[in-house]
Design a protein around this ligand. Structure first.
Ligand code: HEC
Length: 98
């Protein structure tokens, strides 16, 4: 390998690593998934009602996981993460910086 080749190689790997770690949750995707799949049994008023059952981000993610299993959708973890992030940003507003 020439030095130049090595350099290119290393920067490509850096780029790959960087884009993998920069692949944060996708709230837009979460909204699209939610709107297409999650309004069959309940609407969004469930998320804002006074006696709503969810009171932490973890509980929200677990609930979405449970609902998703009930709805037999077989989502990936990433999709559940996206929908959790969307519902949190749009409705629940749990603070993630602890
Ligand atoms: C098969 C029917 C069904 C589907 C489809 C469904 N849910 Fe649910 N969901 C429920 C039921 C039942 C509850 C509990 C409602 C209650 O306690 O009044 C609930 C509650 C929730 C809550 C808690 C609301 C609160 O009180 O804070 C969230 C969040 C939620 N669902 C998200 C989702 C998401 C996201 C999807 C799409 C993946 C989804 N649901 C799809 C049935 C469903």
């Amino acid at each position: 390998m020439t030095v130049l080749n090595k350099l290119i190689h290393v920067s490509l790997i850096t780029l790959l690593l960087f884009s993998a770690s920069a692949q944060a949750v996708d709230i837009e995707n979460g909204k699209a998934l939610h709107d297409a799949n999650c309004l069959r049994c309940h609407d969004e008023t469930n998320y804002t009602r006074e006696n709503r059952i969810i009171n932490s981000y973890e509980a929200l993610r677990k609930r979405i996981n449970d609902c998703e299993i009930m709805a037999e959708m077989a989502w990936f973890d990433e999709e559940i993460d996206d929908v959790t992030a969307y519902l949190n940003s749009a409705f629940y507003h749990f603070n993630l910086e602890k």
